[in-house]
Write a protein of this length. Structure first.
Length: 254
């Protein structure tokens, strides 16, 4: 395996935050290097980023691409990461602030943001997904390990985690929810189809006041697997063609 060089960008490579440096970072071809961006530059803007190695913006610098961002290794920014289209990394994605993509977000390892994570389409991580605030996806959310959000978790289709799912507020999926371990939510939990857990479900775990009745509800088409240890379960029933939680999240039911 060949060793990749490192391309370092400084303040002189940007004018009003827009990249104007000598390297071809138009996205027309893949940069055969790691890309490192200096600290304290604020938001730096690219048309599109395609890098064979890693993309790393130091503390005080955020990355924004009008189109997509793709790295063969990891993507890391001291501030946020934004893309008008998708964000994809062969390894992990990490931002001190938020991560936002007009399309999907995909990482071979974990995805972590100090603030929220938002995608116009799906969010997928080989290991865990963690956000200091909310996690929202236009379609499914899938993690090889756990999913954790300081606020709410919302998916247009399914949510799937190899381990537990935890949210400071509510959890809602247009289709199924599946967790290998338990599910814990400060407010209610709602799955449009099947809710399947390996262990226990807790809804309405608000510590600074008593939860309302709605905040304690666990609503789904059908409940499978574990037990509702705290909260009130409401099963609404399923039609015969209802997808499984894994299918709802965009995967295959092995």
């Amino acid at each position: 395996m060949s060793t990749l060089r490192t391309v370092r960008l400084a303040a002189a490579d940007f004018r009003d935050g827009q990249y104007v440096g000598a390297h071809d970072l138009s996205g027309a071809s893949v940069l055969d290097a790691h890309l490192e961006i200096a600290a304290d530059l604020g938001w730096v803007h690219f048309h599109r980023l395609r890098v064979e190695g890693s993309v790393c913006a130091q503390a005080g610098t955020g990355i924004e691409a009008g189109w997509g961002i793709k790295a063969g290794w990891g993507i890391k920014a001291g501030w946020g990461i934004k893309a008008g289209e998708g964000i994809e990394a062969g390894w992990g994605i990490k931002a001190g602030w938020g991560i936002k993509a007009g399309e999907g977000i995909k990482a071979g390892e974990g995805i972590e943001a100090g603030w929220g994570i938002e995608a116009g389409e799906g969010i997928e991580a080989g290991t865990g997904i963690k956000a200091g605030e909310g996690i929202e996806a236009g379609t499914g959310i899938k993690a090889g390990e756990g999913i954790e959000a300081g606020e709410g978790i919302e998916a247009g289709t399914g949510i799937e985690a190899g381990e537990g799912i935890e949210a400071g507020w509510g959890i809602e999926a247009g289709e199924g929810i599946k967790a290998g371990a338990g599910i814990k939510a400060g407010a209610g939990i709602k799955a449009g189809t099947v809710l399947r857990v390996g262990l226990r479900v807790f809804a309405g775990l608000i510590l600074w006041r008593l939860p309302t009745e709605d905040e304690q509800l666990v609503v789904c088409g059908r409940f499978e697997g574990g037990v509702v240890a705290y909260g009130r379960l409401i099963e609404r029933g399923l039609s015969s063609d209802t997808p499984t939680p894994v299918e709802a999240a965009g995967g295959t039911d092995a």
